[in-house]
Design a binder for this molecule. Structure first.
Ligand SMILES: [Zn+2]
Length: 337
């Protein structure tokens, strides 16, 4: 599922390619026909990500709120300018765990591609082929492959298609896709826990510390609670708990304050890395060879995530797997005792 770093990357993609331009909007699937009709013909004014949600402002004080949920994704096509803060990009943003599509080799340039598609061009977009040809530098534009139809044919259940003269973005499978007034949008954001990339850093940290330390709920659930902290999903949760050697079942109020603060600072750091690389890189101090391997393969870049039954990288104990909050939690019973 898309975690916070993906949504920030998507917002940057919209900022570069849609803001300041007039949008055509449609709902090929029909489920957002009314909203699309309202957006159609308006200029995109601004965009922001908060946690796992994106808010796109259209002229006339209209906000589009999109939450990708577990299955949502955006597919970009046509010419795409890549945000200079993003080291590598892909046509399909959001879902990151699918395989199987064919693309030009030169589209990937300096990116280290991930074999599970977290950031790659070559493994994104299954079961559809993507037509996007994205270049990595800020100066060059990604160009649709020659012979590509424009506008791109609609494939599958597209809830919302936004287009400029050059770029198309198709939204499939979101949990939420609604229009909001400015007040509604602010009310939504007010309910969300702090996001390291939004607002005042010191204030964010204090909000997180307060929210965690007043709760009896176990820390493994608190980290996934979007009212406590924004953007953390299953991968970051498991990895952050391991990085602090923290038992996932510790009630929030029993986690020492310095550890809560360390968790926050770690999230600040990991999110920045995730936005920059497109990958949930959660290991430190890797040699260049290890780093390349880790960028290329999820199996080589996590401490505990997806490693059930494998020996802990630190102590050799079998990594445990349990369900908590209906999601899988991976942890080391010894390091995190
Ligand atoms: Zn261990």
């Amino acid at each position: 599922m898309p975690e916070g770093h993906s949504v920030h990357r998507i917002a940057r993609q919209f900022d570069r390619n849609f803001v300041g331009r007039t949008m055509r909007a449609s709902s090929p699937q029909g489920r957002f026909a009314e909203g699309a009709a309202i957006l159609d013909g308006r200029e995109a004014m601004s965009v922001q990500a908060v946690g796992k949600q994106m808010f796109l402002e259209a002229e006339g004080d209209i906000w589009l709120r999109v939450h990708l949920g577990l299955y949502g994704a955006w597919d970009f096509a046509g010419e795409i300018l890549v945000d200079p803060t993003i080291a590598s990009s892909n046509g399909r943003m959001g879902q990151t765990n699918q395989r199987g599509t064919t693309l030009d080799d030169d589209a990937v340039e300096d990116a280290i591609l991930d074999d599970a598609g977290e950031n790659s061009l070559a493994s994104i977009g299954a079961p559809r082929r993507t037509r996007v040809h994205v270049r990595m530098s800020e100066q060059t534009k990604g160009l649709a492959d020659e012979g590509t139809e424009w506008p791109p044919p609609v494939v599958g259940q597209v809830r919302l298609r936004l287009m400029t003269d050059l770029t198309a973005a198709d939204l499939r499978g979101p949990t939420a896709c609604v229009l909001q007034t400015p007040d509604e949008m602010l009310a939504t954001i007010a309910k969300l826990g702090p996001d390291p990339l939004v607002g005042d850093p010191a204030h964010n940290e204090e909000r997180f510390v307060r929210a965690v330390r007043k709760k009896q709920t176990v820390i493994a659930l608190l980290l996934m609670d979007q009212a406590v902290v924004s953007g953390i999903g299953n991968v970051y949760r498991a990895e952050m708990l391991f990085r602090q050697r923290l038992n996932p079942h510790t009630p929030g109020r029993d986690v020492p304050e310095d550890v809560v603060r360390a968790l926050w600072h770690d999230w600040v750091r990991l999110l920045a890395i995730g936005v920059e690389t497109g990958q949930m890189m959660t290991m430190d101090d890797l040699t260049p060879t290890q780093y390349r391997a880790a960028m290329a393969s999820r199996d080589d870049r996590h401490w505990v995530y997806h490693r059930a039954g494998l020996p802990c990288r630190v102590c050799g104990t079998e990594i445990a797997l349990e369900e908590i909050g209906a999601r899988k939690l991976y942890w080391c019973p010894r390091c995190q005792a």
